[in-house]
Design a protein around this ligand. Structure first.
Ligand code: FAD
Length: 557
């Protein structure tokens, strides 16, 4: 059996940064990923990464903007640490070779982003994620790290009160194998595919979050789901907030710049939850275009600026919506974009389970609270990926080698073999689509008691189908239908947690907007939702928010 001192699952920015930190601490590190590292969703990030650099901006304003953006649900101690680390993190990535865009004087170029009091989003045109991912991937080559590419994490193994390693599915051979570890870092990324209309890649299925949940980890604030205001109408492909940062404006069917009414001060650059709700309200009140969408106009920025700063956006609009942003408006509609919640961790990436760490979008520290600011999550992957790697390395020096027993491998493999043996039952992708339809219908931008209750019933009904899940493809080499089944199982669990948390939270805060409880209720709800696993359904409890200096105020933009 393979063994590592620190085993990182996920090779996006968070996983690679954690692996680098653990290797630099002298540990033997393994890195498991179901995708080639450079295909991780981090590579799809467009708009940029936040850091208060330069004399006019300040860490203090970055902290304030993040606290306010979180609608006062973010932990202020964590936010202070996070923003303080931002400058050195971005400079380090530049030293690793990230080719950031430049201002005319040669300094790092910065663009305005939603909810930010200062233009502090540093970017590489509109391909920032890929630029960062390539740089760290090349740098990781300087360490000896064993990678397991295109292996699926199937189960986390705990024994004697601590993590012992994982069971993985080797796609190349079709075998289930154990990898022993003293410490495991989960950096498995987003769970956006709980919804059908999402900007997230097809691989963003929340595997690590669901597996940690089933193993006893506490999930935090899962009801807070960010919908990005501007995704292409048909495909849901993201049109970066950078497009509005560069001066793009939203218009309704009468040609009105409607954001003036919703956010008089910053208009199109209000926080994402505010802009998404405004778009949906315009459409619901009959001011959208037929079929339900609004326009994002860039034409006034001129061909030169559009094609240099927003190259990828041009390609997406031309190829996937058939419009040329230089001469025509882009039809857009909000889509699921980011999960504020995840595996609850400390600032050092520790979970409530010994030897298990988490970082990146799979984790919830929490710095985003009820609403994440654009540009803060690329930064989160690097700041807290590094912390998790350091903490896992330190912990690994205090315990003996982890081992995965044959019966533990069998325990993980048996249900999958049963799915392969079945000749009748639900197929993974159609079942996933049914779940996604429930989530779109019942837990979108606006929520209410009746919808959420109905959604819970509908998901409960899908449990019977889930019990009959069937893998149709029987091959043992690169059988992606096995991956489909594993992912669908994970998504179904997370969908239940989102609905349960959303039903219980009888207030509107950040991205969680209840039409039946339209205001924020600090007296009762200034607290984190914690979800624990129970076979009958999620068990909810609550935990306090960490405060330092910022008293809750009404959030206006
Ligand atoms: C289209 C888009 C644009 C964005 N733009 C920005 C932006 O401009 N600025 C910003 O700050 N944020 C942006 N974000 C958010 C940000 O990019 C993500 O939150 C962040 O990159 C997530 O990084 P990660 O390392 O946590 O996960 P990922 O990059 O998704 O990596 C997850 C890794 O886990 C692996 N994995 C998952 N499940 C398994 C499994 N079962 N077994 C083995 N391996 C597994 C995958 O192979 C992958 O390597 C954007 C997000 C999207 C979707």
């Amino acid at each position: 059996m393979q063994r590592h001192e620190v085993l990182v699952i996920g090779a996006g920015l968070a996983g690679q940064r954690a692996a680098l930190a653990a290797a630099q601490a002298g540990r033997n590190v393994g890195l498991v990923s179901k995708l080639h590292p450079l295909r991780s969703h981090s590579g799809a990030a467009q708009g940029g990464i936040n850091a208060a650099v330069g004399a006019e901006d300040s860490v203090e304003t970055h902290i304030y903007d993040t606290v306010k953006g979180s609608d006062y649900l973010g932990d202020q101690d964590a936010i202070e640490f996070f923003c303080t680390e931002a400058g050195s993190t971005v400079v380090e990535m530049e030293h690793f070779g990230t080719i950031f865009s430049r201002a005319p004087d040669g300094s790092l170029a910065r663009r305005p982003f939603g909810g930010a009091g200062f233009p502090r989003t540093i970017y590489a045109a509109d391909r920032t994620g890929l630029a960062l991912l390539q740089a760290i991937y090349e740098h990781l080559g300087t360490e000896e790290i064993q990678t397991y590419e295109e292996w699926d994490l199937v189960e986390l193994v705990f024994r004697d009160g601590r993590a012992q390693g994982v069971v993985v599915y080797n796609r190349r051979t079709g075998e289930f194998e154990g990898i022993g570890a003293r410490a495991v870092v989960l950096a498995t990324g987003p769970a956006g595919r709980v919804y059908s209309r999402t900007t997230n890649s097809h691989s963003s299925t929340g595997d690590g979050i669901a597996l940690a949940y089933r193993a006893g980890a506490q999930l935090k604030d899962m009801e807070f789901v960010q919908f990005h205001p501007t995704a292409l109408l048909e495909s849901g492909i993201l049109i970066t907030e950078g497009a509005r940062g560069e001066g793009g404006i939203l218009k309704n069917a009468s040609g009105e710049r409607f954001m003036v009414r919703y956010a008089p001060h910053v208009q199109d650059l209000a926080s994402r939850d505010v802009v998404s709700r405004a778009i949906v309200t315009e459409i619901n009140e009959g001011r959208g275009f037929p079929g339900g969408y609004v326009h994002l106009e860039l034409m006034h920025l001129g061909k030169e600026k559009i094609e240099s700063r927003l190259q990828e956006i041009c390609d997406f609009a031309r190829n996937f919506a058939g419009v040329d942003p230089v001469t025509e408006p882009i039809p857009v509609l909000p889509a699921q974009h980011y999960m504020m919640g995840g595996i609850g961790t400390t600032m050092r990436g520790e979970t409530n389970l010994a030897g298990l760490y988490a970082a990146g979008e799979a984790a919830c520290v929490s710095i985003h609270g009820a609403n994440r600011l654009g540009g803060n999550s690329l930064l989160e992957t690097l700041v807290f990926g590094k912390q998790a790697g350091i903490a896992a390395a330190a912990y690994s020096a205090t315990v003996t080698d982890g081992t995965v027993l044959p019966e533990e491998i069998e325990h993980a493999a048996a249900p999958v073999r049963a799915m392969m043996a079945r000749t009748e039952g639900a197929e993974p992708l159609p079942l996933r689509a049914e779940m996604q339809a429930v989530m779109e219908r019942r837990a979108g931008i606006y929520r209410n008691d009746a919808d959420l209750r109905a959604g819970i019933q509908e998901l409960f009904a899908l449990r019977a189908k889930r019990a009959t899940l069937r893998i149709v493809d029987r091959s043992t080499v690169f059988n992606l239908n096995v991956t489909d089944a594993l992912e669908t199982r994970n998504l179904l669990d997370l969908a239940e947690v989102i609905l349960a948390g959303a039903l219980a939270r009888t207030e509107s805060r950040g991205a969680h907007a209840r039409t039946d409880f339209p205001t924020r209720d600090d007296a009762h709800w200034m607290k984190h939702t914690i979800a624990g696993y129970n076979p009958l359904g999620p068990q909810l409890s609550y935990a306090p928010v960490a405060y330092t200096r910022w008293d809750p105020k009404e959030r206006v933009y």
